[in-house]
Design a binder for this molecule. Sequence first.
Ligand code: C5P
Length: 317
Amino acid sequence: MTGVTVRVPAKLNLQLAVGPPRADGYHGLVTVFHAVSLFDQVTVEPAARDGVTVTGEGADRVPAGQDNLALRAISALRAAVRDRGPGPVHVTIAKRIPVAAGLAGGSADAAAALVACNELWAAGLSQQRLGEIGATVGSDVAFALLGGTAVGRGRGEQLTPALAPATQYHWVLAFADGQLSTPEVYAALDRLRAARAAPSAGSDRPGVPPPAGPGLDAALMSALRSGDAARVGPRLSNDLQPAAVALFPALRKTLTAGLELGALGALVAGSGPTCVFLAANRERALELAVSLSGAGVCRSVARVSGPVPGAAVVPAG
Ligand code: C5P
C-alpha cells in the first residue's frame, strides 16, 4: 500500500456548558457537538522517518515538528499497536479548517491521522479504541472520529450520538482576522466568574454564585430533533462566549451584524474567534454569506452544512 488519505470535518458546539476547573486543570463540560462540511485532508505514507508537511489555510501557523497533533496521535497509536510493526510515516495535511479558530482543526487532523494509520498498518482498532487514544492528544479528537451530532461530557471526550442525520442545517461561518488560544479563553472565563462571585465593594449585595455542574439544554435537543432551524437558532449557547468577546471585542460587532442580517441564531464557535450563524435554508445562507462579507465585519466567510460523518478514508483513484 502506498498511502492512505482521510477527510475529516470541523466541529461546532451548538451548546457549550462549562463547569468550574477540575483538579487536572481541565473544565468539566456538557456540549452538543455538530460536525460540518468544512474538511481537512490528511495523507499518510510510509517514509524513512516520521515527518509532516502542512499546506493550505494557515499552514504556516501549524507546528511542523513532533508538537504537531497528527504526529502526536500517531506516536500514541504506535505505542498501542507495537506488535503490528508500525513503521515511520510522512503526514501531509491539506488544511481548510482555520488554525486556532474554535473549530477543532488540530483535533481533526489528529483524528484523521489515527484513521489513516489504522488503515495503513492494518491495525484493526475500533473507533472506540482510536477515540481513547485520541483523547490523550486533544479533547475534541474522539468527536472528530464520530462526527454527526453528539453530546460530549467530561472534557468532551465522552460521547453519546444525538441525532439521525436526516435534517441538514445550513450555517455561515465568519472567520476572524486573528486567533484565540483555547487555554487563555478558559482562563478568562474563570476570571470573569471569580469577579462576578465576589461581593461588590461598598455594597452588601452578595456575589453571583458560580454555576453548579453544567447541564444539557433539553430545549435545544428537542429543537434539534424537530429539524426546525427557527427553533434551534434561539437555543444556541456558549459559556465561553463572554470570555472570547472580552479578549476579542470585535466579535461583538460580527455577531450583531449577522443577527441584523437575518440569522436565526449566532454564537462564537468553541473558544473562538470564528462566529457561527444559522440560516433557515441554503438560499438564506447564501444571502447571509454575501451580506456578511460585504459588511466588512470579518476576514472571510464560508457556507457549510451539518451534520456530516466523522473522519473517513477517501477511496483511492
Ligand atoms: O484538549 P485540548 O488540547 O483541545 O485543550 C486545550 C486546552 O484547553 C487545555 O489544555 C485546557 O487549558 C483547555 N480546556 C479546558 N477544559 C476542557 C477542554 C480544554 O480547560 N474541557
